[in-house]
Ligand binder design. Structure first.
Ligand code: C5P
Length: 217
């Protein structure tokens, strides 16, 4: 069997996006940053003057979502992250985005998906699952630097507060809460450089492939 689906879950700024991109390059697989889907829904709803608490309106936007909209730099802002986390709590929004994500995971050779519920809901059958974490302070520092280099004027303390609110909302919601799958391997990147985290992630996938009966390479 030559299909390889890799689920990379974890909280904001844990390093999961960087790791997912690197794994996609290593294994020659397409990568989907599923956070962008929720960001696109939140941003489109706000632009249309809608209310992020309105589940039906958010789900209608999610059903019309066009993958071509995912390159918009506005999706990377702090407010887009907040809007994403609010619309992501609506079960109807998650249901509307399910097929697109499952189709992506179902591609012939496999795929890498990063998000919050890939290993638990979207691709529970994935043979390789990582749950990437880091301390809230280190994540806030990384996110603050990213936002600053993208030109957003925001203080570190505000970013740390955002991260704490988002973690609590994402892990406390009823619909597909953020949590590691029972068979996910935890990767704490708090004290790791990017190359060290990438190596650790590759080792986890190689071990999963070996268990799954595939030879590496
Ligand atoms: O990963 P990112 O920070 O871009 O995700 C933005 C928000 O989208 C998260 O805080 C979370 O609420 C939501 N999300 C989700 N499920 C996913 C990916 C993202 O609920 N698979």
């Amino acid at each position: 069997m030559s299909r390889l689906v890799i689920a990379v879950d974890g909280p904001a700024a844990s390093g999961k996006g960087t790791i997912a991109t690197m794994l996609g390059e290593t294994y020659g697989l397409p990568v989907l940053d599923t956070g962008l889907l929720y960001r696109a829904v939140g941003v489109a709803l706000e632009r249309a003057g809608g209310d992020l608490a309105d589940a039906a309106a958010a789900a209608a936007v999610a059903r019309r979502l066009d993958a071509a909209d995912l390159g918009d730099p506005a999706l990377r802002t702090r407010s887009a992250g907040e809007a994403a986390s609010r619309v992501a709590a609506h079960p109807a929004v998650r249901a509307a985005l399910l097929d697109l994500q499952r189709r992506f995971a179902g591609q012939d050779r496999g795929a890498v998906l990063d998000g919050r519920d890939i290993g638990t809901v979207i691709a529970p059958e994935a043979p390789a699952k990582l749950y990437v974490t880091a301390s809230p302070k280190v994540r806030a520092q990384r996110r603050w630097l990213q936002l600053k280099s993208a030109g957003e004027a925001v203080g570190y303390e505000e970013v740390l507060a955002d991260i704490r609110v988002r973690d609590a909302r994402d892990s406390g919601r009823d619909a597909a809460p953020m949590r590691p799958a029972a068979d996910a391997v935890l990767l704490d990147t708090t004290d790791l450089t990017i190359p060290a985290a990438a190596d650790a992630a590759r080792r986890i996938v190689e071990e999963a492939r070996a268990r799954w009966g595939q030879s590496p390479g």
